[in-house]
Design a protein around this ligand. Structure first.
Ligand code: ADP
Ligand code: MG
Length: 238
């Protein structure tokens, strides 16, 4: 679970082509970071994978199944948004339970998953609080908790830390990395921050104007950048 393959995927908005034909394979359990300057197509690519935008041509496979025509809810992926979109009048417990309740899951199973998510995210002591009584980082964890309980085959993050102050951001990077290790689930993480990419990724996908300039581990990109753009962006000495 958590294998995502894009074959000759393109995206145009009207006459404007934002993603030229692009191939990309994301392996199960990998922490993949899409990095590149503002406007290069990171969010668009993530939204195409999530099914929030339709691709113009090509094919998207998730866990070996053709997902090109599937609506977002049927793709088994969880998108964690930058704005936390928590319900302010509900407790943390109820916020996390909400998607399960909507899906009609039985109460005992809901309880089990809430407890497991709270444990994984260090939220056990906060389950009865409301979002307004939490810090930014804790709210972020609740948003992730709400995604975890659906047991997605992959998590998709679009610049999840960009609203947080610098000190909190460093702590949250570590938390997300640790969560990735604990859950061993595929994660795709979009950022324009090179440091975030270099410190968090198993695999970095460097994008420029919708084109993949290079794919590799942080060390590979640092040691062997394919061109000046990658070298400049990753900060390696070439
Ligand atoms: P990034 O996330 O890397 O900053 P985006 O994926 O948001 O970049 O945008 C890539 C390009 O696609 C930009 O030129 C942007 O203006 C354009 N774009 C994104 N969404 C739309 C849309 N819904 N309609 C028209 N153009 C869009
Ligand atoms: Mg974006």
């Amino acid at each position: 679970m958590g294998q995502i393959n894009l074959t000759q995927v393109t995206k145009s908005f009207g006459d404007v082509n934002v993603i030229p034909p692009l191939d990309l394979n994301i392996n199960d359990g990998e922490f993949t970071v899409f990095v590149g300057p503002s406007g290069c197509g990171k969010s668009t690519l993530l939204r195409l994978i999530a099914g929030l935008e339709d691709i113009t041509s090509g094919k998207i496979e998730i866990d070996g199944q053709d997902a090109t025509e599937l609506p977002p809810a049927k793709r088994g992926l969880a998108m964690v948004f930058q704005s936390y979109a928590l319900y302010p009048h509900m407790s943390v417990r109820k916020n996390i339970a909400f998607p399960m309740k909507m899906a009609g899951m039985d109460e005992a199973e809901q309880k089990k998953r809430i407890e497991a998510a709270a444990k994984a995210l260090n939220l056990t002591d906060y389950l009865d609080r409301r979002p307004g009584q939490l810090s930014g980082g804790q709210r972020q964890r609740v948003a992730i908790g709400r995604a975890i309980v659906r047991e997605p085959s992959a998590f998709l993050f679009d610049e999840p830390l960009s609203n947080l102050d610098a000190a909190l951001r460093v702590g949250m990077r570590l938390e997300i990395s640790e969560m990735h290790k604990r859950l061993a689930t595929t994660m795709i993480y979009v950022t324009h921050d090179q440091v975030e990419a270099m410190t968090m990724a198993d695999k970095i996908v460097v994008l420029q104007a919708g084109v993949i300039e290079q794919v590799g581990s942080p060390l590979e990109l640092y040691r062997r950048p394919r061109n000046k753009f990658v070298a400049g962006f990753i900060g390696s000495p070439k």
